[in-house]
Structures are given as structure tokens and as C-alpha cells.
Design a protein around this ligand. Structure first.
Ligand code: NAD
Ligand code: DAU
Length: 348
């Protein structure tokens, strides 16, 4: 896997993955980053990586729905493996605007698979990054395993489920070497502040309301993003082709607990206000079709590939709050929309 095509590499997990490859993994190859540069993308997240590893890193601003341009890229560039992150990723947006999700997540994945298949063996591995949301919602008991039937509930999770099935079909029907991972909720540096954790950190800092959906007792299984990146790389190197691996943090938390922890950490690290920030918590109307509980059984990746998360939720959350506090330039650029101006200036 000398030449790796990473899709969605300017997003949250994709940029952390590219950073992980260059700075922590035993990776000596080159990365081609294909990204449409949507609102969720920020090429500046990789500015330092580009500076230091520029000879081995290249960004192609490209929509994976544009099959002709993708095919041209594959024809002109040696691609040994694909790690596919690119997707519309926010559940609330999928409820408001499902169209983009169907296009990017289903058609985009299909295009990549089809072009990879047509390379006739050049692509040694297609790794598809997916989500635990494809399994639907759990009650109080039980965990998602790799055998859990798919029951997606939102346009986002349904589009990811569809893409998982197409990836699997390309393995079964055409023998394209694939691996799939279904991961729980990630958090950490460079996450766009529409998702729960960065939104709450930034609102807490600015003294704005902390909007908690419904009764706040929905449960998510949190995983620090670096641990997810390490798991993906392990699957790509050692995972069995055609297999799916669940990845989770064994770190279940109710949303309200997460928000209270963030409010407390911001009080501690950013200096207190006249009132504790937990008083900013505001219960708001619930998300339609809101899944109650996600929890991953990650026994397979732990026993087969020896992966385990290194970060606990407490240590990961502290690192994350510290990161947002000490990266005000990144936060401001995203908050003010300056990053979009920068993209327009550099990429048209
Ligand atoms: P993100 O929204 O932060 O980033 C997505 C990236 O994909 C952006 O850079 C965007 O520009 C790019 N993109 C979107 N549509 C594109 C298109 N048509 N062509 C090319 N690029 C396009 O998302 P994320 O949170 O980093 O998630 C990355 C992947 O991981 C997604 O596939 C998501 O389903 C999956 N995932 C995310 C989580 C999580 O907690 N964030 C958990 C499990 C799995
Ligand atoms: O489980 C993996 C998934 O995790 C990924 O596939 C998705 O791409 C990612 O966005 C995430 O989905 P969620 O919907 O779980 O993440 P989000 O951060 O939007 O919400 C987390 C929980 O917090 C969820 O129960 C809804 C709630 N929430 C969210 C926001 C933005 C609030 O209570 N208030 C909020 O303002």
C-alpha cells in the first residue's frame, strides 16, 4: 500500500487519519486526498502536514460523484489502496436535506468501487469507513456485533447502510478486496462544531445555551478519534479481506453526562464565569427518529487484530477540550466562515 487514496481527508476523521499515517504509523508511502471541500472540510487542518510531508501528500478537490474525473485521476495516478471516508456525516442535516446524503454516500461509494474494480487488480484494498448507526437503536441491554441485522433509522444511516451493502457485494461478486469498519461516535481535534462535543465546548466557552435534545438520556459509545485511526490502519494492514470489524470505545455515556462533563472542564480550564456553565444547559425539542442507545461489542477487532482504545473517555475529553482552547485560530476560522473564503481563494 505505497500509494493510498484517502477520500474525505479534509474532514474530521480523514484529516486525523492522514496525520496519524505520517506522524505515528509505519507508513512510507504517499497519500492522495480526494475531497469535495464541502462545508465540513478544512484543508487548513492539514497545513502542517502539507508543509513537512508535501512531497508525499497531495490534495485533489474532487467530488466522488463525478465519475469521469475520478476515473481520470485513477488513470493518471498509481493507486494501490483506497481508504474511503468521504460522506455527508451529520444526522440532523440528513433529516433536513437527504438528497446530498443519497448522492455522496451511495452514488459516490458506488463510483469509487466501480473504478477500483476496473483497475483489474491494481487496487489491493478498498477500506470502507462506516458507522454503528446502520444497526439502528438498542434498548437498555445488549451490544451491536458484526452479526447484528441492519435497521437504519435516519436518511444518514440508511445511506451508509446502502453503501456498506454495495461494498460487500463488490467483494462477493467481483472479488474486489475490501474491508469494512463500523465505528461508534468519534470525538477529538478538528471536529466541525455541528456535532455534540465541539458544539458544546464552543458554546460553553462563549457563554451560549447548551442545547440538549429530548430528555438527554440517549446513550452514545464514545471513541477518541486517534484510537479510531489506529483501528482502521490495523484493519487495512492485517484485517481479513471481505470482513467487517466493529470499532467502539466501551465508553457508553448519556448525552446529559457528556454535556455536564464538558461544562465542568471548560469552567476548570478556561476560568469560571459568574455562574457555573452547567447552568447553560437547555433542553430542546428532540431529533425526529432519535436513536436511543448505541453500544459496540468490539471483541472481534480486539481478539483478532489486538486493537484496544488507548484513551479513556475522561482523558480523551480533557485532551479535546484543551485542544479547542488552545487552537483558537482554527476555531475562529470555522466559526466565522473564514475557512470557506480560504478554500475559495486557493481552490476556486
Ligand atoms: P466529516 O463530515 O467531518 O467529513 C467528511 C468529508 O467528506 C469532508 O471533508 C467533505 O468535504 C468530504 N465529502 C463529502 N461529500 C463528498 C463528496 N461527494 N466527494 C468528496 N468528498 C466529499 O465526517 P467525519 O465525521 O470525518 O466522518 C468520516 C467518515 O466516517 C464518514 O464516512 C462517516 O460516515 C464515518 N463515521 C463517522 C463517525 C463520527 O463519529 N464522526 C463515526 C463512525 C463513522
Ligand atoms: O455513531 C456514529 C455516528 O456518530 C456517526 O456515524 C455520525 O457521522 C456522527 O455524526 C455521530 O452521529 P450522532 O447523531 O450520534 O452525533 P451528534 O454529535 O450529532 O449527536 C450525538 C448525540 O447528542 C445524539 O444523541 C444527539 C445529541 N445532540 C446532538 C447535538 C448536535 C444533542 O443533544 N444536542 C445537540 O446540539
Amino acid at each position: 500500500m505505497k500509494n493510498l487514496l484517502v477520500t474525505g481527508g479534509c474532514g474530521f476523521i480523514g484529516s486525523n487519519f492522514i496525520r496519524y499515517l505520517f506522524t505515528e504509523a509505519e507508513f512510507n508511502g504517499a497519500v492522495v486526498n480526494v475531497d469535495k471541500l464541502t462545508y465540513a472540510a478544512n484543508p487548513q487542518s492539514l497545513a502542517d502536514i502539507e508543509r513537512v510531508f508535501g512531497a508525499r501528500y497531495r490534495l485533489y478537490p474532487l467530488d466522488i460523484c463525478d465519475r469521469d474525473k475520478l476515473a481520470q485521476l485513477f488513470a493518471e495516478t498509481q493507486i494501490d489502496a483506497v481508504c474511503h471516508f468521504a460522506a455527508e456525516s451529520h444526522v440532523d442535516r440528513s433529516i433536513a436535506w437527504p438528497d446530498d446524503f443519497i448522492q455522496a454516500n451511495i452514488i459516490g461509494t458506488y463510483n469509487l468501487l466501480e473504478i477500483s474494480r476496473q483497475t483489474k487488480g491494481q487496487v489491493e484494498l478498498f477500506h470502507h469507513v462506516s458507522t454503528d448507526e446502520v444497526f439502528g437503536s438498542l434498548g437498555r441491554e445488549g451490544y451491536f456485533t458484526e452479526e447484528t441485522p441492519y435497521r437504519p433509522n435516519s436518511p444518514y444511516s440508511a445511506s451508509k447502510a446502502a453503501s456498506d451493502h454495495i461494498v460487500r457485494a463488490y467483494f462477493k461478486t467481483y472479488g474486489l478486496p475490501v474491508t469494512i469498519s463500523n465505528c461508534s461516535n468519534n470525538y477529538g481535534p478538528y471536529q466541525f462544531p455541528e456535532k455534540l462535543i465541539p458544539l458544546m465546548i464552543i458554546n460553553a466557552l462563549e457563554g451560549k445555551p447548551l442545547p440538549v435534545y429530548g430528555d438527554g438520556k440517549n446513550v452514545r459509545d464514545w471513541l477518541y478519534v486517534r484510537d479510531h485511526c489506529a483501528a482502521i490502519w490495523r484493519i487495512m494492514r492485517n484485517g481479513r479481506r471481505g470482513e467487517t470489524y466493529n470499532i467502539g470505545g466501551r465508553s457508553e455515556m448519556e448525552n446529559i453526562t457528556v454535556v455536564e462533563m464538558i461544562a465542568g472542564l471548560v469552567d476548570e480550564l478556561a476560568g469560571s464565569r459568574s455562574k457555573p456553565r452547567r447552568e447553560l444547559i437547555t433542553y430542546v425539542t428532540d431529533r425526529p427518529g432519535h436513536d436511543r442507545r448505541y453500544a459496540i461489542d468490539s471483541t472481534k477487532i480486539e481478539t483478532e487484530l489486538g486493537w484496544k482504545p488507548e484513551e479513556s473517555f475522561a482523558s480523551g475529553l480533557q485532551k479535546t477540550v484543551e485542544w479547542y482552547l488552545s487552537n483558537a485560530a482554527w476555531v475562529n476560522s470555522v466559526r466565522t466562515g473564514e475557512y470557506q473564503e480560504w478554500i475559495r481563494r486557493h481552490y476556486g
